[in-house]
Design a binder for this molecule. Structure first.
Ligand SMILES: [Zn+2]
Length: 220
C-alpha cells in the first residue's frame, strides 16, 4: 500500500505524522517541493517550528463504525489506517479507501480494463475525525457526528479542489490536500492558525463552529 495522509472530516486537518524539522531544513536549503512565493525561507521554517509545537492534538482521533459505535483510535500508520489500542487490528477510514478505488477503476477503464471489486477487509472501518474537533461540535452545537449522517456525503479527500463532506465548505485548507498535507502552503497562505487545537485556540474553534452550524441535520 502507498502512503498518504488522512484528513479530519470535521476540520480538514491532517494526522500530523510528518517530520516538520526535516521539512524546515528542506525549506532552508531550497529543496522544498512547495512553492514559497515571496515568503522568506527563514520565516517559513520558524512558522513550521511553531506549527510543530502546537500540533500534538492532531494525533488523537475518533472513529465511528456503521453500528454507530465510537472508537478511540491509536497512532496513524501512514497508509490510510489507524492502530487500535490493545489490538492487532487496525481501523480503516471508509471515505478515502472507497474513493481511491473509484480513482483506480477510472484509470483501469481508460485502459480498457475491467473494474476491480473492493478488496475484503475484516477489521473495523468508518468515519474518522480529531477528538478535539468532535468535542467542539458536542460542546458548542450539541451535535454528535454519526456514521449514518455522513457516510453517503463523503467525497474524495485527496483533491485540492474537493471538500471532504458534501454540504460543508472547509475554506482554503482544501488547497493543502495532497498525498500529504501541504504545511508549507498553509503557512504561505496564512492559514496555519487552522492547525491549532480548537479546544484552546479561539479562532480555530470559531471556524469549525461556523462551518458546521448550518450543516443539514435531517439524517442525524
Ligand atoms: Zn479536526
Amino acid at each position: 500500500m502507498s502512503l498518504y495522509d488522512e484528513y479530519c472530516l470535521i476540520c480538514g486537518g491532517p494526522p500530523g505524522d510528518i517530520d516538520l524539522d526535516d521539512l524546515a531544513q528542506q525549506v532552508l536549503t531550497g529543496q522544498c517541493s512547495s512553492p514559497l512565493g515571496t515568503a522568506d525561507p527563514r520565516a517559513v521554517a520558524q512558522a513550521l517550528a511553531t506549527v510543530k509545537a502546537n500540533l500534538g492534538w492532531v494525533k488523537h482521533w475518533v472513529g465511528i463504525t456503521s453500528d454507530e459505535r465510537r472508537w478511540d483510535l491509536g497512532e496513524y500508520t501512514g497508509d490510510g489506517c489507524f492502530r487500535l489500542p490493545d489490538s492487532e487490528q487496525q481501523f480503516l477510514p471508509e471515505g478515502p479507501w472507497r474513493s481511491s478505488h473509484i480513482r483506480m477503476n477510472k484509470w483501469r477503464e481508460k485502459r480498457g480494463q475491467p473494474p476491480r471489486e473492493l478488496p475484503p477487509y475484516d477489521g473495523p472501518s468508518g468515519i474518522v475525525f480529531h477528538r478535539s474537533c468532535e468535542q467542539v461540535l458536542q460542546a458548542d452545537l450539541d451535535y454528535q457526528p454519526s456514521h449514518r449522517a455522513l457516510i453517503h456525503r463523503l467525497r474524495d479527500g485527496f483533491n485540492r479542489d474537493g471538500n471532504l463532506v458534501e454540504g460543508l465548505d472547509y475554506g482554503p485548507i482544501v488547497g493543502c490536500f495532497e498525498q500529504y498535507f501541504d504545511y508549507v502552503k498553509a503557512i504561505v497562505d496564512g492559514i496555519d492558525w487552522m492547525l491549532r487545537d480548537p479546544l484552546v485556540h479561539r479562532r480555530s474553534r470559531e471556524r469549525i463552529v461556523e462551518m458546521w452550524r448550518n450543516f443539514p441535520r435531517l439524517l442525524m
